[in-house]
Design a protein around this ligand. Structure first.
Ligand code: FE2
Ligand code: FE2
Length: 318
């Protein structure tokens, strides 16, 4: 039986393989962290999260019970105290769940959400936005995200896991990277002509069929169904969170016609309508599930691991 730490390490390695950055670029960033760490003193060194020296995904962390062995894990998109209590309750009823994996970050993984946004410089660049322009957008929005999440109650959910003694970790960008790279290749291969065709392509995937059933399947947020897709940017799939509405201007300047995202903000949609850029939102829970499913396919090849679905996660095997 794998431990929570072993599962986490495996997932980080797989997440690196599908990262929009080159692997040696990630290596370099980790080496820079090592140098910074060596230069720290006192409480800053003492409280440094040494996981950051091997794990480039600051929004994907183990919170409790890393050494515990697990063979049946509950997986959900949002795990808060209510889900942890639910798991505890289910175990009382005989479910035998011995660990929990969240997708969206909690604790310090949430506090550091802004840090993983750096990789969007590379996903934007791969979509055709000049690197200087991508850097401009990301530096600014990462700062906004950092300041926005700073005041939240970070110790809350990890502490609940500790009190209930439920092994608990999350995988955010590590699995979103898999969804990103899958979606990029998938849409290239499908090569949809119109936005309606693009939505149909998404609906061939079981996760999106499931979300359609739940009332939030793939939807055209800007543009109309018979618009041509043109050049596609899979820009809102990985790298923490939305990079704001400046991305719409940069898309226009760089000749990208259609944004495919997990979700889009109201500001992005309004600007896209104004600038005649198309936005297709694939669906949030389905896209997050897609990334986790691709990761689980690899994980279950490596470890024997049973999965219990909750909180917006749907297991689909490929
Ligand atoms: Fe995600
Ligand atoms: Fe998400």
């Amino acid at each position: 039986m794998p431990t929570i730490n072993e599962i986490h390490e495996f997932a980080v390695e797989e997440g690196i393989k599908e990262d929009p950055r080159e692997e040696d670029q990630i290596e370099e960033e980790l080496e820079e962290r090592e140098d910074q760490y060596e230069g720290l003193e006192g409480v800053r060194k003492e409280k440094f999260d040494e996981d950051r020296l091997d794990n480039p995904f600051d929004d994907s962390k183990v919170f409790h019970g890393g050494e515990e062995e697990v063979d049946r894990v509950a997986i959900g998109i949002d795990i808060e105290t209510q889900e942890l209590l639910l798991v505890d309750r289910l175990n009382d009823k005989g479910e035998d769940i011995d660990g929990v994996i969240a997708h969206h970050p909690q604790g310090r993984a949430y506090a550091w959400l802004g840090k993983v946004m750096q990789l969007q410089i590379d996903s934007m660049n791969k979509a055709g936005i000049p690197v200087s322009q991508a850097e401009g957008i990301i530096q600014e929005s990462a700062k906004k995200v950092r300041q926005g999440v700073h005041p939240k109650n970070h110790p809350r959910v990890p502490r609940s896991a500790e009190l209930l003694d439920i092994p608990f970790m999350n995988l955010h960008t590590a699995t979103d990277n898999l969804a990103y790279s899958f979606m990029k290749d998938y849409l290239e291969e499908e090569d949809p002509r119109t936005l309606d065709d693009l939505v149909d392509s998404l609906l061939e995937l079981e996760e999106y069929q499931w979300e359609l059933e739940n009332g939030a399947g793939p939807e055209i947020f800007a543009g109309s169904g018979n618009n041509r897709v043109g050049d596609v940017g899979v820009l809102g799939f990985t790298g923490g969170t939305d990079a704001g509405d400046d991305i719409i201007d940069k898309m226009m300047e760089s000749g990208i016609d259609t944004l495919v995202a997990m979700h889009a903000t109201r500001d992005q949609v309004e600007k896209a309508q104004e600038k005649s850029i198309n936005i297709v939102t694939a669906g949030h829970m389905a896209s997050d599930s897609l990334g986790i499913n691709l990761m689980l396919d690899r994980m279950q090849d490596e470890f024997s691991l049973e999965v219990f679905e909750l909180s917006g996660f749907k297991r689909v095997e490929r």
